[in-house]
Write a protein that binds this ligand. Structure first.
Ligand SMILES: [Mg+2]
Length: 331
């Protein structure tokens, strides 16, 4: 191993170059939330996600059941972010010697629960021994030809919207690690924050509502708002302006010891909310539909402009460049 430094995005770029141009039957290759391939009567969306002990989670932070549940939700969320319907899953588990049978059965139970909740058929996988726990979940989805919503189609003049609220999962993890967590745990919002971390929601129906209202680009927020907006902008060759006061901050973050609520909303990962771009006149009706059908809010947090990079607009109107800080497994 060398100490050469590279980011997750650097690696994805390198892999994309190595895999060359377009292949027959591949509509969207490496670089989006999921790939899109042709199939008779439609297109299939394909994604895979690894959760590795030490890199993505610590075994002490959540139960085996929640860990299995969350691993499936993370991949279902990527299919959802393409505006596709999740269908089939494959799960590969790497298990160390010290993982007890009961723990493994609980893990599988959590995966099964998530699959049932999202109507996904778990059709296979692989088991292997290894030094730590790793869970690799592949999920396929179905979408009508040409209807997958990509990261790369955001347009100058679009508005930038997000579902739900942000920073909750990161706040929940901080609460789990806080020494005075017992005291903080007495509040309902504190329990909501921990649930946001342990039991995330994949916005499957919500994504289809946003697509039906003309979302031009979409992705799920797994690595933090600032980082993921910068990815969408890079793929769409545009820039974004974000009104910080409009970023929806999860309730209860003020009560988390040591937490900066706005910083968590901007760079905390694992919220699995949707980020989308859409024409300004489509936002109000989309917000009403999301609220009525799912009880989920839609916040307009800024707009897409020409250029590159992110600009944050402070409460007093001052502006500054927003660094795409967030979760990077390799940084
Ligand atoms: Mg994603």
């Amino acid at each position: 191993m060398t100490n050469e430094s590279f980011s997750e995005d650097d690696l994805v770029d390198a892999f994309r170059k190595l895999s060359g141009g377009s292949s027959p039957g591949v509509s969207v290759g490496i670089g989006d939330d999921a790939a899109v391939v042709e199939s008779p009567g439609g297109e299939i969306v394909l994604t895979t996600d690894a959760m590795v002990e030490g890199a993505h989670f610590e075994r002490g932070d959540l139960s085996a059941h929640d860990l299995g549940y969350k691993a499936v939700v993370a991949s279902v969320s990527d299919v959802a972010a393409m505006a596709a319907s999740p269908r089939f899953a494959l799960a590969s588990l790497v298990l160390p010697e010290d993982a007890a049978l009961g723990w493994i059965v609980e893990l599988y139970g959590g995966m099964r629960e998530a699959c049932e909740e999202y109507a996904v058929a778990l059709v296979g996988g692989d088991l292997s021994r290894g030094g730590g726990v790793a869970i690799v979940v592949t999920v396929t989805g179905a979408v009508a030809p040409g209807r997958a919503v990509l990261r790369s189609s955001g347009r100058e003049g679009d508005r930038l919207v997000v579902t739900g609220s942000l920073g909750g999962a990161a706040g929940g993890l901080m609460l789990l690690h806080a020494t005075d967590a017992k005291r903080a745990l007495t509040g309902t919002t504190s329990r909501d924050l921990i649930t946001a971390f342990t039991r995330p929601v994949a916005r499957v129906g919500e994504a289809q509502v946003l697509a039906s209202h003309g979302a031009t680009a979409m992705m799920d927020l797994s690595d933090g708002l600032a980082k993921d907006v910068s990815r969408l902008c890079r793929e769409s060759s545009v820039a974004a302006r974000i009104q910080l006061s409009d970023v929806p901050v999860a309730a209860g973050l003020d009560d988390v010891p040591g937490a900066d609520p706005r910083a968590l909303a901007l760079s905390g990962g694992e919220d699995y909310e949707l980020l989308a771009t859409m024409p300004a006149d489509a936002v109000p009706a989309a917000a009403v539909d999301l609220k009525e059908q799912f009880g989920v809010s839609l916040s307009e947090i800024g707009g897409i402009v020409a250029g590159e990079g992110l600009v944050a607009i402070e409460d007093d109107g001052s502006e500054h460049a927003l660094e795409p800080a967030g979760w990077d497994h390799f940084a």
